[in-house]
Design a protein around this ligand. Structure first.
Ligand code: FAD
Ligand code: NAI
Length: 474
């Protein structure tokens, strides 16, 4: 006999597990089905983000940054270190521990909120008068019925034609997080978020890193001024970034030989000890048996949804990486909460205009809202204000003065349209801009707010003042 629920969530990543918790908080009988397992075969809630994405990548970014500071930054502070060495095995053990703490934390939250967890692969069997029937494979082949189903099955790495992942030499994001020793020559395909973050980790630990990007421009979606500064800084750090490179084949053997044509159309090849392929991700609907119930996908393979995350099937919703929009954990979470609330008859709120983006390199890059290029293309009149961290007292004390905060405001109303940061703690600083934009603030509003001194956040206030050409500290 099948077990009955108000809501069954398929997928336990940040979209799915947050949706399940919110639904349970709203007194809906809720189950979450997730099939992720550790290499030892144990269930591991949290999806891509917790297991092979946001969390482990940030753990390695922190470890490698500590190593770089100890090797290159501490001496200036008078801190002497002798015999500095990197223990990659310990760094990876720590990363795994951080991941496990997060896996366990989600399980605890499920228990606390009375979300039933089923480990296994969930697929649609059929819909009927009593709701949807979901089969769970690998978990005792149980059946659940649900009034509502939320699909949150996430995404998988996109493979490069002619360079299939073998996860020994040609690595996806999972094995890129578990390279057992520092490769001498590391190639990275794709100068996107993963390429820059993972390239930074291994460069700091001593690899010669070469990044090969197919597009002619670097970080095309990022504000041009920020992208230019980032290219300059990353190149100076030692990342060799080549744009306009078309890879035709990568052949693993004792190492990986990559064949390409360069931006001038000239063929060439280059040999690496490891090659990370990070050229975007594709929605994951395999295993759902979507066809059996007629769940509609769009032309790119995403589950087709409206602005409220409704699919073409009654009471079937989809959220996160498996639907349109940015592939970000916090976007998935926002959609999860909104859908749970809609199911409970409440209002659901997701504002795509204020979803922040962060690239956790050093310096970090963060932005929210529109870029100058977008506003120009849309014919919107705007003013900008930029303030460099070089002129910020806290940044000088930190010894981290690279970059700037740039604010873009409507030329007529002064309403903030976008904020773009490259610099220390950009990931934290961007939150102020998100709040400001959510509340429809003007640049003048930020300029009028008292910011603690000395703090990096003063650069935000100064950028707001700069919109009106009246910075105080520059
Ligand atoms: P996922 O996290 O992919 O979870 C889907 C879950 O569903 C998985 O556990 C999967 O096994 C399970 N599943 C799939 N099909 C079934 C089925 N039929 N039955 C049962 N279970 C199923 N985003 C950020 O915002 N910040 C970051 O710093 C960041 N860093 C990243 C770093 C890397 C290296 C990568 C790869 C991604 C990163 N992301 C980051 C992106 C982020 O991980 C995703 O946007 C986020 O995980 C999407 O959440 P989701 O819930 O939609 O899907
Ligand atoms: P991405 O979309 O950020 O970057 C992929 C890059 O590869 C692009 O620059 C693209 O032009 C390039 N590319 C595509 N095909 C290519 C080819 N054949 N040869 C060379 N280059 C090619 O995707 P990425 O880095 O794989 O990350 C996937 C997603 O995961 C991101 O879009 C993001 O949504 C999420 N993510 C978020 C992070 C964060 O929030 N800090 C960190 C890591 C990932």
């Amino acid at each position: 006999m099948s077990k009955s629920f108000d809501v069954v969530v398929i997928g336990g990543g940040p979209g799915g597990y947050i949706a399940a918790i919110r639904a349970a908080q709203l007194d809906l009988q809720t189950a979450c089905v997730d099939d992720w397992k550790t290499p030892a075969g144990k269930p591991a809630l949290g999806g891509t983000c917790t297991n092979v994405g946001c969390i482990p990548s940030k753990a390695l970014l922190q470890s490698s940054e500590n190593y770089e500071h100890a090797g290159h930054g501490f001496a200036e502070h008078g801190v002497q270190i002798k015999g500095l060495a990197i223990d990659v095995a310990q760094m990876l053990r720590r990363k795994e521990k951080v991941v496990q703490q997060n896996n366990d934390g989600i399980l605890y939250l499920f228990r606390k909120n009375k979300v039933r967890f089923f480990h296994g692969r969930g697929s649609f069997v059929r819909g009927g008068a009593n709701g949807w029937e979901i089969r769970i494979e690998g978990g005792g082949d149980e059946r659940l019925t649900a009034r509502h189903v939320i699909v949150a099955t996430g995404s998988n790495p996109r493979a490069l034609p002619g360079a299939a992942f073998d996860n020994k030499f040609i690595l996806d994001n999972d094995s890129a997080l578990a390279i057992p020793e520092v490769p001498k020559r590391l190639g990275v395909v794709g100068a996107g978020v993963i390429g820059l973050e993972m390239g930074s980790v291994w460069r700091r630990l001593g690899s010669e890193v070469t990044i090969l990007e197919v597009l002619p421009v670097f970080l095309g979606a990022v504000d041009e001024q920020v992208a230019k500064e980032a290219f300059k800084v990353f190149t100076k750090q030692g990342l060799a970034i080549h744009t306009g490179v078309n890879i035709t084949r990568a052949t693993p053997g004792r190492n990986v030989v990559v064949e390409y044509t360069d931006s001038a159309g000239k063929p060439g090849n280059v040999t690496f000890d490891k090659l990370i392929v990070a050229i975007g991700r594709v929605p994951n609907t395999s295993g759902l048996d979507a066809e059996a119930v007629g769940l509609k996908l769009d032309e790119r393979g995403f589950i087709a949804v409206d602005e409220a995350c409704r699919t073409n099937l009654p009471n079937v919703w989809a959220i996160g990486d498996v639907v349109r929009g940015p592939m970000l954990a916090h976007k998935a979470e926002e959609e999860g909460v909104a859908v749970a609330q809609r199911i409970a008859g409440q209002h659901g709120h997701v504002d795509f205009n204020t979803v922040p983006w962060v690239i956790y390199t050093s310096p970090e890059i963060a932005w929210v809202g529109k870029t100058e290029q977008q506003l120009t293309a849309e014919g919107v009149a705007y003013r900008t204000g930029t303030f460099p961290f070089m002129a910020n007292g806290r940044a000088r004390a930190l010894g981290d003065t690279t970059g700037f905060v740039k604010m873009i405001a409507d030329a007529g109303t002064d309403r903030i349209l976008g904020v773009h940061i490259i610099g220390p703690m950009a990931s934290e600083l961007i939150a102020e801009a998100v709040v400001a934009m959510e509340f429809g603030a003007a640049a003048e509003d930020i300029a009028l707010i008292c910011h603690a001194h000395p703090s990096l956040s003063e650069a935000m206030k100064e950028a707001a003042l700069a919109v009106d050409k009246r910075t105080l500290n520059l």
